[in-house]
Design a protein around this ligand. Structure first.
Ligand code: HEC
Ligand code: HEC
Length: 338
């Protein structure tokens, strides 16, 4: 049987082709208008510079995103863990939690999540809507019920009026979710230097960054991390060539990945390949937050995913490429009041 290990060992090219096809067939929930610029033909595509959203719904979603009435304790909102001024995550190993203990898995960034083919590390949520459903009930997150949240929000006359104006109905699970998802669509970070390079601004990258990108392709990182999100469109096993988790020890349920939803042995330690967009500002890394720095995680990826002991020089070059993936979030996008 031809496994990914064999393909990676022998030749990266066939897998690359396969992955690129997958990248284009993965669905995004965004409707966008692309400009007429020509774009380099590369396995990574730029984040669209404009998006079409329903502005009133997105503005309402923004209010809800910061609303702590969603959590049972009344102290936590989406924005507590997904801090927009701090890379869209919480910058700690195991996230903030509404339970007495800490969260059990690292918080991924919310930026560009709409471009992922599934949500969460193990891809358990098929859509952004499903993902919100999970946040509501997760004991580490809102630890709440829809009935409770809807009755709290409905007591707010002003908020009820905004819902009535936009949705022509009272506050429901459906319209709350719809508004938050519409807001999530605006959380994109276009115009990274790498994207400008893809748009043929050739001096947007330094020579080392281009060399880092070339290594990223030649060594096969690109076979998993590609498409518009430089990841987010495939499931892959973590630990193909080297069992990092065994070395780390203390393996528990969050490490099982996709297995937790399918119960199939073959899905053990299989994760959604994470997006590398804005990776420079979302440390610590990996689902367990066990890698503190970019250099560390690049070295781990070399060992576990491509079977190579990367040299310090190679690591630095790849790191410089990854740093060019930091984009810009336009927080003025929804400034107009409702
Ligand atoms: C207590 C902290 C916390 C709160 C509150 C929280 N999240 Fe998260 N979020 C997380 C963690 C941790 C994960 C990873 C969960 C997993 O993979 O099992 C996550 C994952 C996500 C993802 C998936 C990203 C990806 O790349 O897969 C999205 C989207 C998201 N959250 C949106 C939201 C929204 C919208 C809200 C509010 C309705 C919210 N989150 C509230 C901590 C939080
Ligand atoms: C076979 C698929 C595959 C290949 C090849 C691969 N990766 Fe990954 N990468 C993954 C998976 C899966 C994860 C998530 C692992 C986890 O957290 O359990 C990941 C995680 C990462 C992360 C951390 C992301 C985060 O948000 O914490 C970085 C950075 C990264 N990879 C870079 C690279 C680099 C650089 C290479 C090449 C040296 C590479 N990857 C090769 C599948 C792959």
């Amino acid at each position: 049987m031809l496994t990914i290990k064999h393909i990676l060992k022998s030749c990266v090219q066939p897998l690359l082709k396969l992955s690129v096809t997958l990248a284009f067939s993965s669905s995004t929930t965004f409707a966008y208008a692309e400009t007429n610029q020509t774009i380099k033909r590369e396995p990574i595509s730029p984040i669209p510079q404009t998006i079409e959203v329903n502005k009133p719904k997105a503005q309402l979603g923004k209010i809800l995103f910061f609303d702590t009435r969603f959590s049972k304790s009344g102290t936590i909102s989406c924005a507590t863990c997904h801090q927009l001024e701090a890379g869209g995550d919480d910058n700690v190993t195991m996230g903030i939690s509404s339970a007495a203990d800490k969260n059990i898995i690292n918080t991924p960034t919310i930026f560009n999540a709409g471009y992922n083919f599934r949500q969460n590390w193990d891809g358990a949520a098929k859509t952004l809507e499903d993902q919100i459903e999970m946040v509501m009930h997760n004991t580490h997150e809102f630890n709440n019920t829809w009935d409770n949240v809807i009755s709290r929000l409905t007591m707010d006359k002003n908020l009820s009026k905004i819902f009535k104006n936009i949705y022509k109905e009272t506050i429901t699970k459906g319209n709350i979710t719809d508004a938050i998802v519409e807001y999530e669509k605006t959380l994109i970070t276009p115009n990274s230097r790498f994207d400008r390079y893809l748009r043929n601004e050739n001096d947007a990258l330094t020579e080392s960054e281009i060399r880092g990108y070339t290594l990223f392709k030649e060594y096969g990182c690109i076979s998993c991390h590609q498409g518009v999100n430089v990841g987010g469109n495939l499931f892959q096993k973590f630990g193909i060539f080297y069992d990092y988790l065994a070395e780390r020890g203390n393996i528990g349920r969050p490490d099982f990945g996709k297995f937790n939803t399918t119960n199939r042995q073959m899905d053990k330690f299989v994760f959604k390949v994470p997006s590398l967009r804005n990776i420079a500002v979302t440390a610590p890394y990996l689902h367990d937050g066990s890698a503190e720095t970019l250099k560390e995680v690049i070295s781990i990826m070399g060992k576990t995913q491509i079977g190579r002991e990367l040299t310090p020089d190679e690591i630095s070059l790849i790191e410089s490429f990854l740093r060019s993936l930091t984009g810009k979030y336009d927080n003025k996008l929804l400034d107009k009041t409702l």
